[in-house]
Write a protein that binds this ligand. Structure first.
Ligand SMILES: C[S@@+](CC[C@H](N)C(=O)[O-])C[C@H]1O[C@@H](n2cnc3c(N)ncnc32)[C@H](O)[C@@H]1O
Ligand code: SF4
Length: 446
């Protein structure tokens, strides 16, 4: 299995060792490509949630689950991981490991599963349907249709029996009908499988309470602010007071099972200054904190902010980090997670300083793209890309990672995956802007 290949590592030996010491893991650096599948709403299937924009293994129902597991693309991704090269779909983990943001590294989550012949974990994002319209969430939330129907459920059953863990996302999981079938099936046929549900905390009823009370069912709630007005501004359609009431019900059920619930946070421009307050709330509620990495929409993302904005944030974070208590195991965990998040902001701040020197002109970008052989394979996309370029300012300040990538000619696979995998023009424009770090307007960090 651990064959030699000539793929160059993207992580130095020292950093890798440090990360493995932190994560208690061993090589390969991530097991997701060996043990796991992630189903996206549009039928794309990856090894993990972070693969979507970069590298997927196949598309359901065109490819059966069995075909996807046996696909060449899966083997190829495994080869890269074995060479400690995290450029094949794994760019976000690569960046988090290299910046020291270890608790934000998704790969850590896959350590638990031993590599074997069966798939051990499946993450389900089978529908975008949701009752809220959160600012940072770019999903098609009103869409009730899903390509995952009863025949998908039948095809899935043999895999469900061997799983060790499942994750249910969306959309809002408690509003997605097929999830109830999968939960019922797992609770009868695979009682040992962990069922993790990521919810917005606004939907609750007796059936949900009964489900969540099962020993192997765990829930995590998304709470992006503990101030009613910020929360309701970000989580459009939600009522803060009702969500907190539900939060307390779920948290008490988890505590009765001696399990600490997770609070998931999307740090964005609107709530960046409130992050320490959310950590304190998690401490008081005996919950663990988790930070999503929001790279898009770019105007809300904390990536690519100005040096001044980062400084303002970091000054606040350092003070608050020092004051955070660390008496219990959960407080210690939350302090460490917040500390790692601060490291990420430090690393972004460093990139912002460097990017003052990384100027890419609009003309240069046009020239690079039009002369690129890879790009020429997609002539039908030319107009869309040219239109995007015309709409941007004359020069872009980009991160060193992107700047070096472009100049090394190394960027083709990374950037042009968007031409291969995207379906609509809008999606291509969004990905193009994301990859070239093009920001139309900025929401200010308050
Ligand atoms: C898409 S939601 C689905 C589950 C549920 N509706 C919820 O909000 O928890 C899964 C997680 O992704 C987070 N999320 C939403 N938009 C995001 C974005 N643009 N980037 C990263 N994470 C995001 C949510 O806050 C949530 O924690
Ligand atoms: S609740 Fe979740 S799925 Fe719904 S809009 Fe918000 S982040 Fe998106």
């Amino acid at each position: 299995m651990f064959w030699k290949n000539k793929i160059k590592p993207t992580i130095t030996r020292e950093i890798l060792q440090d990360y493995l010491t932190y994560s208690g893991g061993k090589l390969p650096v991530c097991r997701a490509p060996f043990t796991s599948l992630y189903f996206f709403p549009d039928g794309q299937v990856g090894s993990c949630c972070l693969n979507k924009s970069f590298y997927t293994l196949g598309v359901y129902p065109e490819n059966s689950i069995n075909k996807i597991i046996k696909s060449k693309k899966r083997t190829e991704q495994q080869k890269y991981i074995l060479a400690n090269n995290l450029s094949n779909g794994c760019q976000i983990c690569n960046e988090n490991i290299n910046s020291g943001n270890y608790s934000g590294v998704m790969a850590t989550d896959y350590n638990k599963h031993e590599i074997g012949k069966n798939i051990k974990r499946i993450d389900f994002e089978l529908s975008d349907f949701c009752n809220l319209d959160c600012l940072m969430c770019e999903r098609d939330k009103k869409n009730k249709n899903s390509i995952y129907n009863d025949s998908f459920f039948e095809e899935l059953k043999p895999y469900l029996k061997n799983l060790e863990a499942t994750n249910f996302l969306g959309g809002e999981p408690f509003l997605i009908d097929i999830y109830y079938k999968i939960w019922d099936y797992l609770l009868i046929h695979n009682k040992n499988c962990n069922i993790n549900i990521q919810s917005n905390g606004t939907v609750i009823n007796d059936r949900i309470i009964e489900l969540v009370s099962n020993e192997k069912v765990f829930i995590s709630l998304s709470i992006d602010s503990v101030n009613k007005s910020s929360y309701e501004k970000i989580r459009k359609g939600a009522d803060f007071d009702k969500m907190i009431k539900n939060f307390n019900v779920f948290n008490n059920i988890m505590k009765k099972k001696s399990h600490s619930m997770y609070v998931s946070v999307c740090p964005i421009a609107y709530n960046a200054a409130e992050i320490p307050e959310i950590v304190k709330f998690a401490n008081e509620s005996q919950c663990r904190i988790f930070f999503n990495r929001v790279v898009s929409p770019t105007e809300l993302s904390l990536d690519n902010r100005s040096e001044g904005e980062y400084k303002q944030l970091l000054d606040n974070y350092y003070d608050q980090l020092n004051e955070l208590s660390s008496n219990t195991e959960i407080e210690h965990y939350n302090k460490q997670t917040f500390g790692d998040f601060v490291k990420l902001i430090e690393s972004l701040s460093k990139s912002a300083k460097e990017s003052n020197n990384n100027i890419l002109s609009k003309e240069k970008l046009k020239e690079i793209l039009l002369n690129n052989t890879f790009y020429k394979r997609f002539p039908d996309k030319e107009m869309i890309i040219l239109k995007c370029i015309e709409s941007i300012s004359d020069s872009l300040m980009i991160s060193t990672l992107t700047y070096d990538d472009i100049n090394s000619g190394n960027f083709e696979e990374r950037y042009f995956a968007l031409l291969k995998s995207s379906k609509t023009d809008d999606e291509i424009v969004k990905l193009f802007e994301k990859y070239f770090e093009i920001r139309k307007s900025k929401e200010k960090i308050s």
